[in-house]
Design a protein around this ligand. Structure first.
Ligand code: NDP
Length: 496
């Protein structure tokens, strides 16, 4: 898209060794699925098959949950918290050591630019394990009573947009609090979770503490419905989140849901415009817009709308779309043909509803799944592209005149995951943060993550918080809550 000629700067594929087939990770080892099912995982930038991956069926879910239960009651639950911390620190250090390898694999399987997997995903993955390693032996001082107890076995289902990072968000707090885990990665991005399983072996994590069940939605559904699971943690679509909630209603299972979003990124006329433009770009084009908290609705104050749009368009024309493994790439591939079809469909709806589409001149590669950075102006609140999660590199632009109108428009959404505010007035930032019904409000920045900071939504964006001290709560028993079928092994009363 840029006039500048960059020489190719590809990260080396030699850093990883792909296998032709991958098994399930159950009870500390890789094993074939009982029913023998398998599916292929594909590089979305080239459509090349990367490998064949086992599909877990009912008997495999049984095996994994049983292994997790045994490990929880016999090993991980009774273990001294400071010992658990040592494992988590060890895992964090190995992730750091092998982060280039993990980043290349993540970009290959997901389509995200290597500069994002290398500089954002992987450092945050390691940081989450370090953060929760630090909590493991301090739980009695975390404000959850004098003797916090784990829930037992956690079933954890993660999506394809940040495969390894979402796994880390779920595994690290669960393990730090003494739970064991059965993790279900997304069908289109299973490989980094399987490499993480190898890292867990390398760290000598006791068998069964973490199990990885690859498969499609049906494997996730089996895990949710399984009687031996005490808690479900899910990140994904609102639709599947609602079906999970229906399934476990009336059971004793605990649930946290991190679902979709349609975040407003609000730019006031006193904002530093160049910084705001960078924030808008980061808000919606980071990770091809496959971000639950993406700033997919730009609300810009009317008197600066023209100036902001002019600079935004100029900036978009400099973004480089292409090979995710090239270190200069800003926008990688769309993760799957299904997601590409959804982005195309909703963008066509935007045209049909009368919004104006703008895309910079952009040559898409011949193979793979691609969508150019796109913005729609002339969007009104009733348009589907202003209400529904597109989950792609598509920005809907709306305008406002007063702060009250900005708040009303921003909150006019079934979602409430995140929001952004751009202004030089500190008092306005604080007022906006109070008014916006969103779990996270960024001020003069966007898409900033830190393991110490809780993350989660309101309304149809779900409930429960991940990250920080708040993230521990989702994995600790409350009041007289008892653990699952097996008896709880008492937590060591010594913190260290
Ligand atoms: P899903 O909600 O279907 O997928 C999330 C995870 O849940 C995946 O591991 C998936 O498995 C699994 N899953 C699917 N069906 C079930 C089920 N019935 N019970 C338990 N687990 C299940 O999202 P999609 O990948 O289908 O994406 C659809 C849309 O959802 C996107 O277009 C986007 O709008 C939104 N989305 C939002 C995300 C977020 O972070 N908020 C993340 C991903 C998607 P599998 O992938 O193998 O089917």
């Amino acid at each position: 898209m840029s006039d500048w000629d960059y020489a190719p700067a590809p990260e080396s594929r030699e850093l990883i060794s792909l296998r032709s087939s991958y098994g399930l990770f159950i009870d500390g080892g890789f094993t074939a699925p009982v029913d023998g099912g398998a599916f292929k995982t594909v590089n979305p930038a080239t459509e090349e098959v990367l490998g064949e991956v086992a599909e877990a069926g009912p008997a495999d879910v049984d095996r994994a949950v049983a292994a997790a239960r045994r490990a929880q009651t016999e090993v991980w639950g009774p273990m001294r918290p400071a010992e658990r911390a040592k494992y988590l620190y060890r895992i964090a250090r190995i992730i750091q050591e092998r982060s280039r390898e993990l980043a290349v694999l993540e970009s290959l399987d997901n389509g995200k630019p290597i500069k994002e997997s290398r500089d954002i995903d992987l450092p945050l993955v390691a940081a989450h394990f370090f953060h929760y390693a630090g909590w493991a032996d301090k739980l009695r001082h975390a404000g959850f009573g004098s003797d916090p107890q784990p829930l037992g076995v956690a079933g954890q289902i993660v999506p394809w947009n940040f495969p390894l990072l979402m796994a880390a968000w779920k595994l690290a707090p669960a393990l730090a609090t003494g739970n064991t885990c059965v993790l279900k990665p997304a069908e289109t991005t299973p490989l980094s979770a399987l490499l993480l399983a190898e890292i867990l072996q390398q760290a000598d994590l006791p068998p069964g503490v973490v199990n990885v069940l690859t498969g499609a939605g049906e494997t996730g559904r089996l895990l949710v419905a399984h009687d031996g699971v005490d808690k479900i943690a899910f990140t994904g679509s609102t639709e599947v989140g609602k079906s999970i909630q229906r399934t476990i209603a009336g059971t004793r299972k605990r649930l946290t849901l991190e679902l979709g979003g349609k975040a407003a990124n609000v730019v006031f006329d006193d904002a530093p415009i160049d910084q705001a433009v960078e924030g808008i770009v980061n808000g919606i084009f980071f990770n091809q817009g496959h971000v639950c908290c993406a700033g997919s609705r730009l609300l810009v104050q009317e008197n600066v709308a023209e100036a902001v749009l002019e600079r935004l368009k100029r900036r978009l024309a400099t973004l480089r779309l292409g090979d995710p493994l090239d270190k200069n790439t800003d926008i990688g591939a769309i993760n799957s043909p299904v997601q590409l079809a959804k982005i195309r469909e909703l963008s066509d709806v935007g045209d049909a509803e009368g919004a104006q589409r703008w895309q910079p001149p952009c040559q898409l590669p011949d193979r793979g799944y691609w969508f150019p950075p796109t913005l729609f102006t002339g969007v009104s609140q009733s348009h589907r592209i202003a209400r529904e999660e597109i989950f792609g590199p598509v920005l809907s632009v709306l305008t406002f005149r007063t702060p009250d109108e900005a708040v009303a428009k921003a909150n006019n959404s079934p979602y409430g995951l995140s929001a952004g505010v751009w202004t030089e007035k500190g008092s306005r930032i604080l007022w906006m943060a109070q008014q916006l019904r969103a779990g996270v409000v960024w001020a003069n920045t966007f898409n900033r993550f830190d393991p110490a900071s809780p993350f989660g939504g309101y309304k149809e964006s779900g409930f429960g918080r991940e990250g920080g001290r708040h993230g521990l709560e989702a994995y600790l028993a409350q009041g007289n809550e008892t653990m699952g079928p097996a008896k709880v092994a008492a937590e060591d009363s010594h913190d260290g």
